[in-house]
Design a binder for this molecule. Sequence first.
Ligand code: 9MR
Length: 629
Amino acid sequence: MFVKKFAFQSAALAAFTLAPVFAATAYINEIGYRPGDSKELALVDANGNVDFVNAAGQVALSVTPKAASFWDASGQNVQLVDFSKLVEPGKYSVKVNGNELRSDLVVKTKTYEDVVKAALKWFYYQRASMSLEEQYAGKWSRAAGHTNATVELHNSTGASGTINSTKGWYDAGDYGRYIVNSGITTYTLLSLYEHFPEYFKTLKWNIPADGSLPDLLAEIKWNLDWMLTMQANDGGVYHKLTSLGFPGDVMPAQDNSKLYAIGKSTAGTFDFAAVMALASRVYKPFDASYATKCLDAAKKAYSWGLQNPNQNFTANPSGVSTGAYEDSKPGDEKIFAGTELFITTGDASYKQSGTTEYISYWGDVTGLATYEKATHQAFGDAGEAKQKILGTADGFVKRAESGFGVVMAKDDFVWGSNSTAANQGVWLLHAYYLTGDEKYYNAAVKALDYLLGKNPLDMSFVTGFGTKSPKMPHHRPSTSDNVDDPIPGMLVGGPQPGGEDVGSAAEWKCADYRTGQAATAYTDQRCSYATNEVAINWNAPLAYLAGALEALNAGYAPEFAVDGVAKGELPTSSSSVAESSSSQGPTGFTAPVERDLVRESQPRFRFDNHKLYVEMNGKRFDLKGERIK
Ligand code: 9MR
């Protein structure tokens, strides 16, 4: 007893006397850095060289920080520290003048694989209409919610009666299901699979099997099945499936509020058409009849959209207060839908012109069409698409060179700012696919660094990952399940100065947490739906960004590079883009390619240490077709 007490006292004393007066902070990606990647941390209030000390206590690397520059999003003067030369896997502490700033810096391979799996597994935790069994969900197992298939058509749909609708993912911390937000989310996850099918055929994260589908496609199908229930006989798609107001802070099974299909919108219908056209391509090798069902649904939705070009959901109908996902300009969704339908069918009547230099969010999806166009030469504006992607990406690269060393700028701190960061990373990856230029890859890694800890809040924004991460997300299951830890793998919305949830008395209102700085206006409390909620359209780009980085580093080039179209060199005479039968690599390497054949005998573009090469029959070739020994 005495010894124990003494030990405690001396530890407390030691902590008191040795507590550093030193206020410097080193902000790092708390999950880790890949041995071969460029690596950077952000340093504030320090003066001197930065030492990276290994487990044996040796200084493995010492770096002189760059000159400080001001980051107006957080109001800090920041020195960037490039420690790319730290290549030995291991755990390091970061020291300046002998003072330890932190001891949790990790260099490792397969750096983000666990984050990828968790970010994707979270979609399983969001499933409506099924119970989550302990063998998959562990301590977060729960009863099924929203199992009643009969849903009333709200008068805002222009119809009466009921439809049958189950499945799908809950949108966020609430239990609504919204077609518009399902649009960009499901596209992002489908494109992750379409770009890296070989990688995702084998990656598993313990969810219930669905036939022979890879986990990623089994997960996405849960939401596609729900989306299909939301299409009316005339082809139009109901805007959302929610109760009239947000439910209380209860588990899904305890939310017995009546569900309605509400509104029917042009934007939602075009989003649906785009997703179904893309799904039709992706599921075809596994389930031809499902692919046909998706394509028929897409075509029907598209025709309805053409006939009803302005049936816009611009605000909730009276008596309804769930998420609006309002949109008065469905032109971008039309471009998105036409683009996906053209790629899938090769029917030129679907072709839509239009590209953008802006990254997408749920309300503007031209950026998604821009990605597709840049890699499909058959679009008249493919070159323009590529130019815009590269132009914006160059700006992102530049931004990441100073300030906090991240892509985010002051104006990017909007509701769901973390999805902006993630989508900036995805955009940069597309620039990398199109050029193979490492500066884009490096900036994409910096976008992920930001989300995983290299930010002025000094925290990972993904639950369950990192030295410090959100504990009290605005997420009904996580607050009402009697489990201390929040469900893992959720990307919270992140800092933004709007303060929409700041108030006094009412439930769901927070004390003012704003700081006067955009990048630190955040609070880890359940009340904060404006900074600490979670949402499917935020997790999807996190999963894409981390997933694509893992796939690239496992040696997979994005699948469209195999068709040569990424470099814009595919002959455009082919009537159907999807069934191209020849391929040219970036510098003219030509070889026959046919989709859906056994991959081994085909040439594949592969990455090795960021260098593109061609693999065929187990042999490596450079891009001129010369054998690499
Ligand atoms: O992500 C949406 C954000 O862009 C809007 O500014 C905000 C307010 O309209 O709504 C967000 O979406 C919420 C949706 O309406 C309902 N489910 C939770 C979503 C995330 O907060």
